[in-house]
Design a protein around this ligand. Structure first.
Ligand code: UT7
Length: 325
């Protein structure tokens, strides 16, 4: 039987120039490099410059992904941007990207699932391709999380950074067997009752302001390890591939201790988890495609490898995506 499978045919990423170190944060807050590094693994993060918007980061990542895919803009049917920090309440970042890459047909919209946004976006893109509503999709995860920080709150502002990552997905015909390249499955979950663990205390229909990110970190940590491990296990169960066959895990980069605890829970070596947390911090929906691009560029992820992407974030939302590179 012939089936359509979505393959990632190009990827790219972009980080703003300005680097904010733990030492710099410690010079203005009651914190230390030692505390931040030992509790989170973060040593530095990139911060968008004045006037540098989410769309600017997204555009550079998208252009790199399109170049890597070696596809003209005319081939793109759909632009999806996963973001929780759009330039404006509307229109979407994806619409702005559509215009800035010179795309004059097709559709564009944003996906809002906070740190799980890229996994949600990948599931949407994959389903559009499998339903034959799009052949080629440009999927971006882009954030300026620095704009949501309360820079006097040491429990949150040391954790986040800005950046963008992008992939180009394209439908290809195959037999639907695990050895063929492409997205093998996606798993999405949410539990809206857990709003108070991680949210922004503002918005257009409440305060009329952007608001600041608020988090009960310890509680989120506990849910993260359990939920991420569960979604990985359910993805593996449906795929005909065992956990030991997964070459690389590309996790949401929230905390090095979450990566290590997840690896222990799944009984897989921690070295198989790609970690960019020390240099990027938590870039929300951008963190998975940023880490993916790093590991593809440095040659760790190679054609034919089995790759598990996973994330958890505000909502709470969480999920996983299994693919053969
Ligand atoms: O991307 C969405 C998903 N997000 C996450 O997955 C984040 C999950 N949570 C975490 O990564 C961790 O819970 C944190 C990094 C946020 C916090 O680490 P923790 O080990 O859970 O620390 P804690 O919140 O229990 O705080 C321990 C102590 C507290 O002081 P007391 O009450 O023991 O005196 C905090 O006030 O550390 C204090 N503290 C800090 N000290 C220095 C909190 N933040 C800081 C700081 N510098 N930046």
């Amino acid at each position: 039987m012939t089936v359509i499978r979505s393959q990632i045919v190009g990827c790219g990423s972009f980080l703003p120039d300005r680097i904010l170190t733990n030492a710099e944060l410690a010079s203005r807050l009651d914190t230390s490099d030692e505390w931040i590094a030992s509790r989170t693994g973060i040593r530095r993060r990139h911060i968008a410059g004045d006037g540098e918007r989410t769309t600017d980061l997204a555009l550079k990542a998208a252009q790199r992904a399109l170049k890597d895919a070696d596809l003209p803009v005319e081939e793109i049917d759909l632009v999806i941007c996963a973001t929780t920090t759009p330039d404006e309440t509307f229109p979407s970042v994806a619409s702005a990207i559509q215009a800035r890459i010179g795309m004059t047909r097709g559709a564009a919209f944003d996906v809002q699932a906070v740190c799980s946004g890229f996994i949600y976006g990948l599931a949407v893109a994959d389903n559009f391709i499998k339903a034959r509503q799009a052949k080629t999709v440009l999927l971006i995860g882009a954030e300026t999380m620095s704009r949501l920080m309360d820079w006097t709150d040491r429990t949150t502002c040391v954790l986040f950074g800005d950046g963008a990552g992008a992939v180009v997905l394209r439908g290809s015909k195959g037999r639907g067997i695990p050895s063929e390249r492409g997205v093998l499955n996606t798993k999405l979950y949410s539990d809206g009752r857990l709003h108070d663990l991680l949210y922004v205390d503002g918005g257009p229909s409440t305060t009329g302001t952007t608001g600041h990110l608020r988090m009960l970190g310890k509680e989120v940590f506990k849910h993260a390890v359990i939920n991420i491990a569960d979604s990985i296990e359910s993805s593996v169960e449906d795929s005909g591939i065992s956990i030991s066959e997964i070459d690389w895990f590309v996790p949401h980069q929230a905390n090095q201790r979450i990566l290590e605890a997840t690896a222990r829970r799944l009984k897989v070596p921690g070295e198989r988890f790609i970690s960019t947390i020390s240099d990027h911090g938590n870039t929300s929906a951008a963190s998975v495609p940023l880490a993916l691009d790093v590991a593809v560029r440095d040659g760790r992820i190679k054609q034919g490898d089995v790759v598990m992407l996973e994330a958890m974030g505000g909502g709470l939302t969480w999920g996983a995506a299994l693919l053969r590179w």
